[in-house]
Design a protein around this ligand. Structure first.
Ligand code: ATR
Length: 272
């Protein structure tokens, strides 16, 4: 049976096996998908061992996505631009690296009927998560993307890497205008129970607020946005399933249905 695995540190809360096993059932594919905790200095060895045992592909999560890029023989454009790899394929002795996070976000926004083309987007955060979604978002031709970060210099630096596009970097206090169609929280603030300290005046009823993180209850950022009057608030569960579906397609050449898996996962999380 073809073997797949997700590698991370920590890994116990990963939902990837649940998602990929559902995809496999749905598309009648014979495969196994497991999760494995990896020592911080053990990533390369673990991948070498997995390939030697016949592994066909892997997902890579925090904190190994940059290291994964280093071990690849070939990289997709998305992986190069993101500077990180979340999907590895092992084919004919070669390691191919891709990054499906950004496409997962774009597909989830479109699934929610959010128009990206011609929109004004405020992207909060300038770390790996923000960097990974910039190119896929830009490919959908938004009017502007403003990257705002707690540490303004990091946002400016990131925007300079995308200077051929309509991208501007700034701090939370000098966001250049206030009429945004979409705000995406790509900071890790939700993980510590907080949210980015941006002006409440940025929120209005017709906009979409998206948090790349998901949780059982609404994330702190989405709770706050809703309290300020945002009507459309979405968490990153659909993005998680979306990026997994793109990985599954890379490995198996078949596109699974995400909707049933999102619903099953939401129900499973509600029980936990
Ligand atoms: P990731 O790969 O999840 O993006 P990262 O590269 O460590 O992780 O980046 C974390 C991002 O979340 C950064 O943009 C960070 O802002 P700083 O660059 O100013 O550190 C942002 N972040 C983390 N906690 C935050 C908080 N409480 N409020 C606002 N931004 C926060």
């Amino acid at each position: 049976m073809d073997q797949y695995c997700v590698f991370g540190h920590p890994i116990e809360h990963s939902r990837s096996p649940f998602i990929h096993q559902m995809f496999a059932q749905q598309t009648k594919q014979q495969l196994s998908y497991e999760k494995k905790w990896v020592e911080l200095d053990g990533f390369t060895q673990v991948i070498t061992d997995f390939i030697a045992k016949g592994g066909k592909g892997a997902n890579v999560t925090v904190p190994f996505k940059e290291q994964a890029l280093q071990i690849c023989d070939q990289l997709s454009q998305a992986a190069k631009r993101a500077g990180a790899v979340n999907t590895l394929s092992f084919i004919d002795g070669k390691i191919l690296g891709d990054n499906t996070d950004g496409i997962g976000l774009v597909q989830d926004l479109l699934r929610h009927k959010v128009k990206i083309a011609d929109s004004n987007i405020l992207l909060l955060g300038a770390g790996g998560a923000a960097k990974g979604v910039l190119l896929p978002l830009l490919r959908k031709k938004p009017k502007n993307i403003i990257i705002a970060n707690r540490t303004a210099s990091k946002a400016k630096l990131l925007s300079e890497q995308f200077s051929i596009y309509p991208v501007v970097g700034c701090g939370f206090d000098d966001i250049p205008f206030s009429e945004f169609d979409i705000i995406i929280n790509a900071t890790s603030a939700s993980l510590t129970g907080t949210f980015p300290d941006i002006s409440a005046q940025l929120i209005h009823a017709k906009m979409t607020c998206y948090d790349m993180v998901y949780s059982k209850e609404l994330t702190p950022f989405l709770q706050w946005a809703k309290a300020q009057g945002a009507a459309k608030v979405f968490d990153g569960l659909g993005m998680l399933v979306g990026q997994a579906a793109v990985s599954f397609n890379i490995w198996r050449n078949v596109t699974p249905d995400v909707e049933t898996v999102i619903n099953a996962l939401r129900a499973d999380i509600a029980k936990s």
